[in-house]
Design a protein. Structure first.
Length: 727
């Protein structure tokens, strides 16, 4: 310091030299400070790259049901065997390089061109693409935590340079192949080959190598034993395509590998609720990362009730055996607590281990057409818009113009027309034409908005759908459809799905915990309570649905007030029954994973309904009936059974058959049924004259009803009864 003081106070030195010297000192001090900070925040705990040649034992993650019964242990031991590169097939080495780091032998620790390609892909194409080299991935998987921070990334780059200095490219590739995660307990290519194909790595074929190479990016997502096994094949095709483009294989080898049949080693049946466990594992990986789930020793308490799960699995398996006569080979079921969003039971297929029927595919997460099971959402939209459960619809032949295709002419399930049908009976008996007219009056956009608010995310662009949306023209997952039905059960409140109740680390630190609400006072109400109550009233009205289903169908659960709806697609590929009480939502599907049509199914009599009936009966056993709570703004009125208007005084010439109906205050009818009206009748057909028709018509007094889209129907005209009119 004295030297610096003397320098700046020494008179002969010019001001210019003093200033230059001062800048040098400032630069020196700044550099020293930066180096000190870099060491303190980044370099002081940098692991040694020599640790790459050793391994540490991971801690297993355990998944429990809500009562602390063990469902599955993830990575109870790290199955890892180091093998020299000479024992790894060239096809496996090339597959890994092709899909993970195509310029591996041409760049150093980091690939600047790869980073540039990734940035261009993200910025201009909106596609996520990694820019890490195999060396960086080796460092990240083995030496560092998965934290996505700048500090961790700097460490990764520094260590990658050190590794490239210490080891040859062949040694780096060897270490990567021996330590990369391939899913399950399989760490390294040797363990992966044994786990998935029951063979040593040196005996892997090109097709098998390509599948394994595709796993390392996301082992849970791409695993052929996971929740989405179909993605494993797509990923394998992507790897083979990259190998062909990069000239590792010939066109003939590429085609042969694409068509090669993969025979997987059958995994041991040591897992409870496999579809649910793999679903939960996928959620954990999304939140905490692959490494934390597979090595972090997490303790996970889920919402599943294992005893109920076993009972549901048994019911689905037993009833599915009876469906073979209808060419239905699979079934799935889901039980939710609508108040909390907790999954109590998830059966993704009749048998997870049935390879012939793709049993490992989780149908509760798959997109399927719901058929008429989506109709309550459409009618709820109508109630929100001011229509009522007594709104009349003219159920008669009708076609809707379509500018781009042939006119859309919906038909009813029974192939008949039923004249004037009020909303309660149209929904309860699942009559198609009133549902289509309801959607026409609502608008497709309005129904999609309601569905979205209730938890259905798959109805995206309204332009993609027409009026057939209300008959199941848009695909949904069982999980989201059950969530929407839970809104009806909850008096309009939506509870998000919560399959995970608590996650703790190995030392007991709570990472997350879900505490179900005691009430929905502060919850998210997505539809008015009066709308939810009226839909529940209709769906639990056994008398209202008697016309289509009979008085003692599978939809009736003793004297319990249970709301329920069926759905069958026109092509007989999907058959549903979904019902609920204030405490449970039960959704059931039957069909074939490959979309092969069924035959002979009668909705509500066979198919999904018996499975649903058995599950709901089990749930309600030893419980007391609980009615759906009527909101204070819902009132009752005596109305005409035809027009839905108030009944005239008894004994008057215009009196009509009457019934009781619920209304949201402000939507109840305020005028009496007008009785017979002056109308023009076609003398030939004895029906209402067409608009503008002047010839061969006469003026008469008849009972006429007009529906929400303006169609009129003559009740008293002497034409044949619509219910007897076959298509």
């Amino acid at each position: 310091m004295k030297l610096i003081y003397y320098f700046f106070n020494y008179k002969p030195l010019s001001f210019v030299y003093k200033r230059r010297f001062g800048k040098m000192i400032l630069l020196f001090l700044t550099g020293g400070l930066l180096l000190g900070l870099s060491y303190f925040f980044i370099l002081r705990d940098l692991p040694s790259p020599t640790r790459l040649s050793s391994s540490s034992l991971p801690q297993s993650t355990q998944i429990f049901d809500r009562n602390q019964k063990l469902l599955y242990t993830i990575y109870s031991s790290r199955n890892q065997t180091f093998v020299p590169l000479s024992q790894v097939p060239k096809s496996m080495q090339q597959a890994m390089i092709a899909i993970e780091d195509k310029d591996f032998y041409r760049h150093g620790a980091i690939d600047f061109r790869g980073i540039a390609r990734a940035l261009i892909s993200i910025i201009f194409k909106g596609e996520l693409q990694g820019g890490s080299t195999l060396t960086q991935q080796l460092v990240k998987n083995t030496l560092l935590t998965p934290d996505r921070t700048i500090q961790r990334k700097v460490k990764e780059v520094i260590l990658a340079f050190a590794v490239e200095i210490l080891y040859s490219k062949e040694k780096i590739l060897e270490m990567y192949l021996s330590q990369a995660p391939f899913g399950g307990t399989a760490w390294g290519v040797e363990s992966a080959a044994q786990t998935y194909f029951g063979k040593s790595a040196k005996n892997l074929s090109l097709a098998e190598s390509a599948l394994l190479a595709g796993l390392t990016e996301a082992p849970t997502l791409y695993s052929p034993f996971g929740a989405y096994p179909e993605l494993a094949k797509k990923r394998q095709e992507e790897v083979l395509g990259q190998m062909y483009q990069q000239r590792h294989i010939t066109k003939g080898e590429y085609k042969k590998a694409l068509s090669a049949s993969l025979v997987f080693k059958k995994i041991a049946n040591n897992i409870n609720a496999p579809h649910f466990v793999l679903y939960v594992k996928d959620l954990l990986v999304q939140t905490y990362g692959q490494r934390a789930v597979e090595q972090g020793g997490l303790k996970v308490t889920t919402s599943l009730d294992l005893d109920l799960q076993h009972q549901t699995e048994l019911i689905v398996a037993n009833e599915a055996l009876k469906l073979k006569q209808f060419n239905a080979r699979n079934g799935a079921a889901l039980v939710l607590n609508p108040k909390t969003g907790e999954i109590l039971s998830m059966v993704g297929s009749k048998d997870y281990f049935d390879e012939e029927s793709d049993g490992n595919v989780n149908v509760t997460l798959a997109l399927r057409q719901p058929g008429s099971a989506i109709k309550p959402v459409n009618y709820a939209t109508g109630l929100i818009k001011g229509y009522t459960a007594s709104t009349p619809f003219a159920d008669q032949r009708i076609c809707f113009p379509n500018p781009r295709k042939n006119p859309y002419c919906p038909v009813n399930y029974d192939g008949k027309w039923h004249g004037v049908v009020q909303m309660r009976f149209a929904l309860a008996n699942s009559i198609n034409i009133p549902a289509v007219k309801m959607l026409k009056a609502n608008g497709v956009e309005a129904m999609i908005a309601t569905a979205s608010a209730m938890g259905i995310s798959t109805f995206t662009d309204p332009a993609r759908y027409g009026l057939s949306l209300t008959l199941g023209g848009g695909e949904v997952s069982m999980l989201e459809l059950a969530t929407a039905y839970g809104v009806f059960a909850n008096s309009g409140y939506k509870a998000d799905i919560h399959p995970i109740l608590k996650v703790t680390t190995s030392n007991g630190t709570v990472l997350e915990q879900y505490k179900p609400p005691q009430s929905f006072i502060f919850g998210k109400r997505v539809i008015p309570p009066g709308v939810a109550f009226i839909i529940s009233s209709i769906l639990s009205d056994n008398g209202a649905r008697e016309f289509a289903f009979g008085a003692n169908s599978q939809l009736k659960i003793g004297n319990f007030p249970v709301a329920v709806k069926t759905g069958t697609t026109n092509d007989l590929r999907d058959n549903w029954t979904i019902g609920y009480t204030p405490s449970y939502v039960v959704a059931v599907w039957v069909g074939n994973n490959d979309n092969t049509p069924m035959n002979g199914l009668a909705s509500g009599v066979t198919g999904a309904a018996p499975i649903w009936h058995a599950i709901m009966t089990h749930l309600l056993k030893n419980t007391k009936p609980v009615a759906f709570q009527r909101p204070t703004n819902v009132i009752g009125k005596i109305i005409c059974s035809t027009s839905g208007l108030l009944s005239p005084a008894e004994g008057t010439p215009d009196s009509c058959p009457t019934r009781f109906e619920y209304f949201i205050k402000g939507t109840e009818p305020t005028r009496a049924d007008p009785g017979r009206q002056k109308v023009w009748i076609d003398r030939t057909t004895n029906d209402l004259a067409k608009t503008g028709q002047t010839e061969n018509v006469e003026e008469r007094l008849e009972l006429v009803v007009t529906d929400p889209i303006g169609d009129r129907y003559c009740i008293t005209c002497p034409h044949p009864l619509p219910s007897d009119t076959s298509l």
